[in-house]
Design a protein around this ligand. Structure first.
Ligand code: ADP
Length: 163
């Protein structure tokens, strides 16, 4: 059976912590979809269409990875698209406490073919989150090496426009 994995998040913006999980998961599964969660009530730095383009560009070197977006219940997206693995990244105990609850709830909602799989973050990214890079960058701090270069360039452009 082909393994079709899904890795979801807001990715506003995609960080090198996300990139690390995506690169590793792409080696484990036949196909990996990066699913951007559309949450219209959350104010985002980048509109979802732009996130989709930027992420697809950042991942263009990975042949078995594609990008999609969805809204609503994760289990509905997973069951209706025939994914059999949902990948999550774990940075530490705080992620774990939240993730185990979500995985156990999802296990009730997913069809029987689906497993949630956790990949531990590379320690160099264990402190890294999208909200942290946004905050540091907006205050003029250096985030080199924490997000893909093309994404940093777009963040610089948005910051300059706001100034
Ligand atoms: P959301 O914005 O919906 O909270 P994120 O985009 O922050 O989601 O994260 C999506 C997934 O990536 C989650 O499984 C999260 O644990 C994981 N993740 C986020 N940052 C890192 C990181 N630095 N290293 C590894 N995994 C991460």
């Amino acid at each position: 059976m082909k393994t079709r994995a899904l890795y979801t998040g807001s990715f506003d913006p995609l960080t090198n912590g996300h990139m690390n999980i995506i690169t590793r998961a792409s080696k484990l599964y036949d196909e990996l979809t990066v699913g951007i969660i559309a949450n219209p009530s959350k104010k985002a730095l980048f509109p979802i269409e732009e996130r989709e383009i930027m992420i697809a560009e950042a991942l263009s070197c990975l042949g078995n990875v594609k990008v999609d977006h969805f809204s609503g219940l994760l289990a509905d997206f997973v069951n209706s698209h025939g994914f059999n693995v949902v990948v999550r990244g774990l940075r530490g105990a705080t992620d774990f406490d939240y993730e185990i609850q979500m995985a156990q709830m999802n296990a009730r909602l997913f069809n029987d073919q689906v497993e949630t799989v956790f990949l531990m973050t590379d320690p160099q990214y264990s402190f890294l989150s999208s909200s942290m890079v946004k905050e540091v960058h907006s205050l003029g701090g250096c985030i080199d090496g924490l997000v893909p270069e093309a994404i940093l360039k777009r963040m610089d452009e948005v910051l300059q426009k706001q100034a």
